[in-house]
Ligand binder design. Structure first.
Ligand SMILES: C[S@@+](CC[C@H](N)C(=O)[O-])C[C@H]1O[C@@H](n2cnc3c(N)ncnc32)[C@H](O)[C@@H]1O
Length: 441
């Protein structure tokens, strides 16, 4: 039966193709969902089917370790290499059976259909049927035994977090990755008015937390450019620059522009630099919706020519391990070796910021990574290289009076376990680090 005439088949095929692109080719999930993957064009799906594709893919990526462990148990031997698509069909099927509110018969039948469509996987349709039915029978045990840190976190990340945060915190971070959080919003002004209009919670750190996964573009204030979508922790670093009207600020890694918008809204004259022309188009569109402006520069911030700024924000490219609640693909697309090139680039960006900040001027460095090499260790190394820079500790009022968001050097260190709430999707923060430095001389 063809995907076109079998309801529900197209999103299952698309989800398997997306999983193959994310896990085997290490492509970012958002890119795969936007562009379509493996010939199964997401754009050609109805809105409902595209949403189901996304749900299957994200559930599978959040719990990939659990799924792979149990499939290895149930399959007597590895699927043959020429039928590699079988693996993704099975993972997509298992994600539905274990983690989504989908009838078991639909998950199994459609996985069997999907495997019959390709000559290479068709001979294994009975195997797909058998494995997924056995999985249904073992469901209670699998869910009881599944461990967020030992199964659903890659071993190298689990080892790092245990070492850097201790067993209990590492475990809590991994548990927080099980749930997709609701949206946070940064109002450009009038936070309590927008909290009321949107039925949102006003968090102690100034952002609004919506209570549901709403369609952003349809919410009041979106079209009028009154607020931007931004995790509550991501809204903190730009504020630490204490931008004021007339201040000349460089935003070194600016796109897609959340922090540029905050700086421009504070009245600063902002130069927004990014080496991705494509991502800068999004920045331009975001600023235009928010009725804000900045000088947009496509290029490598490390190559900026001599000029001085009152403030510089370096929102450096990083592993992104602080954002795994919203981007579960990061667990499987990033590898330990990626740290080598990233930390080298971060150090170059910091050196350039140290060169271009005026005496008396401020640098804020931030990442959305949980890894000390990209954060605390970058700053201590910079302070050794640049004796004219000193740390200006972040103050308690700047983090809503929450001491757990600061480390002992007065740097911002938010974690997915912060801001607990009874409902997991209403809890947590992205894992952001930020340090504030002053050029004393
Ligand atoms: C973490 S994102 C920035 C997010 C952005 N600040 C925001 O708030 O929306 C990192 C950005 O750094 C850019 N980038 C990476 N290396 C760069 C470089 N050497 N110079 C300028 N931009 C760079 C990437 O293209 C990416 O857009």
């Amino acid at each position: 039966m063809q995907a076109k005439v079998c309801p529900g088949l197209a999103p299952r095929i698309a989800a398997a193709a997306v999983l193959s692109d994310v896990i085997a080719r290490r492509l970012p999930l958002d890119e795969c969902l936007a562009a379509g993957a493996g010939g199964a064009r997401i754009g050609a799906l109805s809105q409902r089917d595209a949403a189901l594709t996304r749900s299957i893919a994200t559930a599978a990526l959040r719990r990939l370790g659990t799924i792979q462990t149990v499939l290895a148990e149930l399959l007597e031997r590895e699927p043959p290499r020429q039928a590699s698509q079988l693996e993704w069909i099975l993972i997509a099927g298992a994600a539905q059976i274990l983690f989504l509110d989908v009838p078991d018969y639909a998950a199994v039948d459609l996985a069997v259909h999907a495997s019959r469509l390709e000559p290479k996987t068709a001979p294994y349709a009975p195997l797909v049927n058998g494995v997924l039915r056995n999985l249904i029978r073992a469901r209670e045990r699998i869910l009881a035994e599944s461990d967020p840190l030992d199964h659903d976190t890659p071993k190298w990340l689990a080892a790092r977090w245990r070492q850097n945060y201790g067993e209990a915190e590492a475990r809590a971070i991994a548990s927080a990755h099980r749930d997709e959080p609701v949206l946070d919003i940064t109002p450009l002004s009038g936070a309590s008015i927008w909290a009321e209009r949107l039925g949102a919670t006003l968090l102690p750190i100034g952002s609004l937390r919506l209570r549901s996964h709403a369609k952003v573009t349809e919410l009041p204030g979106f079209a009028e450019g009154q607020w931007l979508v931004q995790d509550a922790a991501a809204a903190l670093p730009a504020r630490l620059l204490r931008a004021t009207p007339g201040m000349r600020v460089a935003d070194f890694c600016a796109a897609p522009g959340g922090k540029t918008a905050q700086l421009a809204a504070a009245g600063a004259t902002v130069m927004a630099i990014d080496r991705s022309a494509e991502r800068l188009k999004k920045l331009a569109a975001n600023l235009s919706r928010l009725n804000l402006r900045a000088d947009i520069v496509v290029g490598d911030a490390v190559d900026l020519k001599a000029q001085l700024f009152d403030g510089i924000l370096v929102d450096a490219p990083c592993l992104g391990t602080g954002t795994m609640r919203r981007h579960p693909d990061i667990a499987w697309t990033k590898k330990p070796n990626d740290l080598v090139a990233l930390t080298a680039l971060q150090a170059r960006l910091l050196d350039k910021a140290a060169e271009l900040v005026k005496p008396g001027g401020t640098i804020v460095y931030c990442t959305c990574s949980l890894e000390p090499e990209e954060n605390e260790l970058q700053i201590s190394a910079l302070l050794r290289r640049s004796p004219g820079l000193v740390r200006v500790p972040v103050t308690l009022p700047e983090v809503g009076g929450l001491p757990e968001l600061l480390n002992c050097n007065g740097e911002l260190r938010t974690l997915p376990v912060h801001l607990p709430a009874p409902e997991p999707r209403l809890a947590g923060l992205d894992g952001f680090f930020a340090a504030r430095l002053l050029r004393a001389c």
